[in-house]
Design a protein around this ligand. Sequence first.
Ligand SMILES: CCCC/C=C/CC(=O)SCCNC(=O)CCNC(=O)[C@H](O)C(C)(C)COP(=O)(O)OP(=O)(O)OC[C@H]1O[C@@H](n2cnc3c(N)ncnc32)[C@H](O)[C@@H]1OP(=O)(O)O
Length: 363
Amino acid sequence: MSKTAMGASQKDFESAMNQVKLLKKDPGNEVKLKLYALYKQTTEGPCNTPRPGVFDLINKAKWDAWNALGNLPKETARQNYVDLVSDLSSSDSSSQVKPEADRKQPGYETLVVTSEDSITKIMMNRPAKKNALTVQMYREIMLALEAASKDDSTLIVLTGNGDYYSSGNDLMNFMNIPPGEMEKEAKNGAILLRDFVGCFIDFPKPLVAVINGPAVGISVTILGLFDLVYASDRATFHTPFTHLGQSPEGCSSYTFPKIMGQAKAAEMLMFGKKLTAREACAQGLVTEVFPDSTFQKEVWTRLKAYSKLPRNALHISKQSIRNLEKEKLHAVNAGENSVLQERWLSDECMNAVVSFLSRKAKL
Ligand SMILES: CCCC/C=C/CC(=O)SCCNC(=O)CCNC(=O)[C@H](O)C(C)(C)COP(=O)(O)OP(=O)(O)OC[C@H]1O[C@@H](n2cnc3c(N)ncnc32)[C@H](O)[C@@H]1OP(=O)(O)O
C-alpha cells in the first residue's frame, strides 16, 4: 500500500529527488536502477528508446530496468519513487557506523589487517557485497601481503568478514568501460591478475585460508597456492567459469588436477560443480573442516599453537616446497591470464555479466 495516502504530487516527487542526493549511505546498484527506472517512467512514460548495444553495459542495465516497468502509469511510478525514497531516507538516518569501521587499521579501506600472536590476519571486509573483489581490494591484498612478508609474523591468514569468504571477482569491475577501451581494460585486468596471483606464488611464509563461508571464483582457485585451508562446514567452493564465459585462473588449471585428479578438477573447473566443505576436504583442496558453531575457536587455537613453531625452520620448509614449482606456476599464471584476457572480450562473458546485472535490475 502506498505510504502517501493522497497520492504523491509533483512537489513530493521533486522533494524526493532532492532527498536522494542527501543519502549518506550508497543504496546499491539495484536500488539505483529502480530509482532511475521510476524516474524515467514518471517523467517520460514507458520506455521509448532503442536498447543500447552489447558493450554499453551500464546503459543496457538502465534501459532494462526502465523497460521492465512496461506500461506502468506515470502517477503510479511517481508514487513508487516517492515511497522508495522515503524508505531509503528512514533506513539511512537509522543506520549506524559499523563497529568494524573502528577496528580498521589505517591504510586499508577494503580490508581489516591485524597482527597478534605472531599471526598477521588479512580480512576481506565488504560483507554487504559478499566480499566481492574490487580492483582496489586486489591491490590492497597485494600491499598487505607485501607488508606481511616483511613483518615479524610467523603465519599469514586470509579470511572474510560476514557470511561469505568471498564471492570472487566483483562483476562490477567489468562495468563503466567505454566501448573503445575494452581491449585496454582487458589487458590491464590481465596484468592486475598476473601480479595478484604472482604474490601468492612468491609469498615466502606459510599462508593459511580460514574459509568462514561460501567461496566463489578466484577466491577458490588461489587456494591451491595456500599451505593450509581450514573451512567451516557452512563453506562451499564454486568455480562457475564456463557459466560466466570465462576460464580458470589462480594457477588452478595446474594445481587442481594435481590436488584432486583430472576428473574431479574438470568437474569443478569446466562444469562448475559446487563442492561442500566436506567434499572439498575429501578431494584434498581443504585441510580440515570444522563445525561452524566452533569454527573460529578451534581454528584460532590451532593457529596460535602453530605460530609458536620455530619461525625460520617453518619458512625454510615452505620455501623449499614452493621453490620446486615456482617457475612452472609463473608460466601457468601467464598462460591462464592471456586466455582470460581474450575471454573477457567475448560475447559469452559479456552476456553473463549483463545477465548478473539484469537480475539485479528486476523490479
Ligand atoms: C581482474 C581480475 C579478474 C579475476 C577473475 C576472476 C573470476 C571470478 O572470480 S568468477 C566469479 C565471479 N563471481 C560470481 O559470479 C558471483 C556473483 N554473485 C552471485 O552469484 C551472488 O551474489 C552470490 C551467490 C555470491 C550471493 O547471492 P545472494 O543472493 O546470497 O546475495 P546477493 O543479494 O546476490 O549479494 C549481495 C550483494 O552483493 C553483490 N555481489 C555479490 N557477489 C558479487 C560479485 N561477485 N560481483 C558484484 N557484486 C556482487 C550483489 O550484487 C548484492 O549487491 P546489492 O545489495 O547491491 O544488490
